[in-house]
Design a protein around this ligand. Sequence first.
Ligand SMILES: [Zn+2]
Length: 539
Amino acid sequence: MIQCSPYTKKGKGEVNIIPKPKEVVINDGLFLVNKETKILADNSDKEVKSVAEYLAGILRPSTGFDLIIENGKDAPNRIKLIIDPEIKGNEGVYRLVANKKGVTISAPDATGLFYGVQSLRQLLPVEIEMKDVQDNIEWSVPFVVINDEPEFKYRGLHLDVGRHFFPVSFIKKYIDLLALHKMNVFHWHLTEDQGWRIEIKKYPKLTEIGSVRKETLVGHYGSDKYDGKPYGGFYTQDEVREIVAYAKDRFITVIPEIELPGHSLAALASYPELGCTGGPYEVATTWGVFPDVYCAGNDQVFTFLEDVLTEVMDLFPSEYIHIGGDECPKTRWKHCPKCQARIKNEHLKNEHELQSYFIQRIEKFLNAHGRQIIGWDEILEGGLAPKATVMSWRGEKGGIEAAQQHHDVIMTPGFALYFDHYQADPATQPLAIGGFTNTKMVYNYNPIPKKLKGDLEKYVLGAQGNVWTEYMQTPEYVEYMVYPRACALSEVDWTPQGSKNWDDFVKRMEVHKKRLKALNVNYYDGPMDALKPKKKKKK
Ligand SMILES: [Zn+2]
């Protein structure tokens, strides 16, 4: 049995919470939840009430108990949620005590109470996650004292719905699983060369034309086989609102990504006048990077993007709007009279500075509306927009550079946090884009690079896993690629680097996988430290 400090084990009970809490003391004894158990919470506080209802909703299907929520006097046999401003720590801090009186979760705010509820859920038998009533289960909670808080304030997971589209029901399940793992950001990649997935009222062709491609590449990039079947889908604004509200109830911010100036072929197919050549363009049917991008010399492009972003801001309360900024070839700009005129009139040195002009103009617009931009690390090229947060994906170099320039950074390096990579020998796995990142490589990742010490560490807000879906056609496929790697990621973001321990994680995952199974998650069940096959030596 592996017990890592700061775990203190005085009783027989077991605690297998993921992400691992900061401090746990296990005492002897069990509290049993039964149909008489009450949830005590301050009903007059809307957020606290919502957490109490969420807890009752988690417990209801499998136990069959419809627990009463009341703001009554303390009594035995209760689960009590209380706001306690005396508890200090990072946002999300909470304290959970289980003893013979019941369970008490206290936190300075509803966010902490919600995370306490996630821990309580994981203290209960895994059958608690089942959708139908389970007979003959003792709903026991080991006596514990847990003091917990997150290490990083940004704990994200991304999903690309451009390459493949996923239904609202799946997006909600995705968000539910983020909540289980105490993650707080869902980065929703909504526009791509292969499909525009969000309804924009002012530009209906974005979804009429831009959300559908005429066919899709079969097999690996470079193949010349297509399936000949039209593929499409998009989210209506009502659906977007529903998802944003659903996430908010789970203390998760949805950050939308509207890609610019590159990865914009679906938009250009809908409105060809926005490209340098005027088209015609077609929604992409294969993967990769395409030369046609928004024309940086045409003011109509900025009017269009500002209109789109205005509707986006109306749908998403998030402070951050992700504007992409990656993989934007400069070929068209080099030969476009309008783009060249812009370079001349704005006294720019080259096309890299033109990209920087583009991003800064969009940043200025979003800042004027109280929002901040996040961009992929290419936004460093040609000069960083003044307040931009950088998402470092091509390794850590971009993140380090941005932090050195005193910009906030989110770490998403491909080598550790790209969940579209293979997680075991490709010969044994469904088709993936390539690369190799097993769960252990995710687990061992430290968001603070060695080169950033002292004062610069604070610019790293946290880490995020990226889920590009070129090769993931179905929800089951996505889950297979994401879990258990996202479990490891949750610990990268939540647990202090010094308390992480691979063997202990593996042990807790044995139980946690049963929980994922009860939640009907199609996780990868092979070795989490599978080795990359060695390349055969050339003769
Ligand atoms: Zn142009």
